[in-house]
Design a protein around this ligand. Structure first.
Ligand code: AMP
Ligand code: MG
Length: 347
């Protein structure tokens, strides 16, 4: 399947109009289209058409046991794809009112209309509403739910720009709609909800931009990120090796954990790039890139996270060394991704 991959910009009204029209035309033909969202770029197809969804798996080389997130045109359409159990309906209502459109994905019992290929045969569907203006224009005009996982090859680094999608999927898809850098830069937070008493329990299955602190007003929040060494994942975005550069990556706990080997070339993914953190002098780095050159701000680091990982991967060094980040707020998601990126599959 070799295609010419067009990249259409949206930064002026006529361009936006053309890009949206072309995206909708392709989606109606049962094709896949890479679209911007506020989290990372997604690879979208008609969620209710198994043949179209199959093309997502093919373009990404994604195994069919890894289910997709379903995006709705509007938050009042949840009933199209999910059966909301009565005992959590109130919590679901509160959460969707507060966080949709936005980077929060809910796991709910699926309706029969959702094809099994979308949910990998699971009885639940992962569903959200994107806040990206371009995505919203496309999905409103298409007027059907879209399945849209991240627009990268399976297991690879998520794309936060149209250029990153191109380097992942060039020749595999017809169209990338470009709306600049992703607002958050990290995939959506995925939660499941169980009824109380006393309080509803909100379990974070995949950490992301919506943090435990953001959710605590709505129930008892648990974080159930499977450890990297655990067995089969409940949520396959949690496979051990994931978000991985081709270059081996090592996440340090402290500076003294790193002893450079002579003749090897290393790059540093630094948090603030401050010598007082003790990482800058450890070796003669090929390159140092800072996640948060400002003051150690986690949202700033999140926006730059996948972009920097991709840039460091392109250097061709022997190893990428990553400094740890604060493990709270959006730092939970980044530390989780760094741990997964540092797991290598056996050759
Ligand atoms: P991606 O959009 O590429 O980040 O992938 C979507 C992720 O959502 C999957 O890898 C799973 O982790 C998660 N997911 C989607 N549907 C389900 C489901 N029904 N149950 C559990 N996790 C799901
Ligand atoms: Mg992904």
């Amino acid at each position: 399947m070799t295609h010419v991959t067009a990249v259409l910009r949206t930064d002026e009204p006529p361009l936006m109009h053309q890009a949206v029209e072309e995206a909708v035309r392709l989606l109606k033909e049962g094709e896949v289209v890479a679209l911007p969202t506020e989290t990372v770029y997604g690879l979208a197809a008609n969620a209710l058409d198994p043949a179209a969804v199959t093309k997502i798996f093919e373009a990404k080389e994604r195994p069919t046991f890894d289910p997709l997130i379903v995006h709705l045109p509007h938050k009042n359409q949840l009933d199209l794809v999910a059966d909301v159990p009565a005992d959590i309906a109130q919590t679901v209502k509160q959460l969707t009112e507060r966080f949709w459109p936005g980077p929060l994905t809910l796991l709910l019992p699926k309706k029969a209309v959702v094809p099994d290929i979308v949910t990998a045969g699971l009885p639940t569907v992962a569903v959200r509403v994107s806040s990206n203006a371009v995505f919203r224009k496309v999905i409103s005009a298409f007027d059907q739910p879209l399945a849209a996982p991240s627009a990268n090859r399976f297991g690879s680094i998520s794309p936060t720009s149209a250029g990153a999608v191109l380097s992942e999927l060039d020749g595999r898809i017809h169209l990338i709609v470009d709306s600049g850098a992703s607002l958050y830069g990290l995939e959506s937070t995925i939660i499941k909800i169980e009824p109380g008493p006393p309080k509803p329990v909100i379990t974070i299955i995949r950490p992301g931009p919506v943090t435990p602190d953001d959710l605590k007003a709505y129930g008892k929040v648990k974080v159930a990120i499977r450890s990297v060494i655990d067995g089969p994942a409940e949520s396959p975005g949690q496979l051990a090796s994931h978000y991985a550069p081709r270059t081996p990556l090592r996440l340090l706990e402290q500076p003294s954990d790193f002893i450079p080997e002579p003749g090897k070339r290393y790059a540093l993914m630094s948090y603030r790039g401050e010598e007082q953190d003790g990482y800058l002098h450890l070796t003669d780095w090929e390159e140092v890139m800072m996640l948060s050159p400002g003051k150690g701000k986690l949202p700033e680091a999140a926006v730059r996270f996948f972009h920097i990982l991709r840039r460091l991967d392109e250097l061709g060094v022997d190893e990428i060394i990553a400094e740890p980040l604060h493990e709270h707020g959006m730092g939970i998601a980044m530390m989780d991704k760094l741990r997964r990126a540092s797991v290598r599959h056996a050759p």
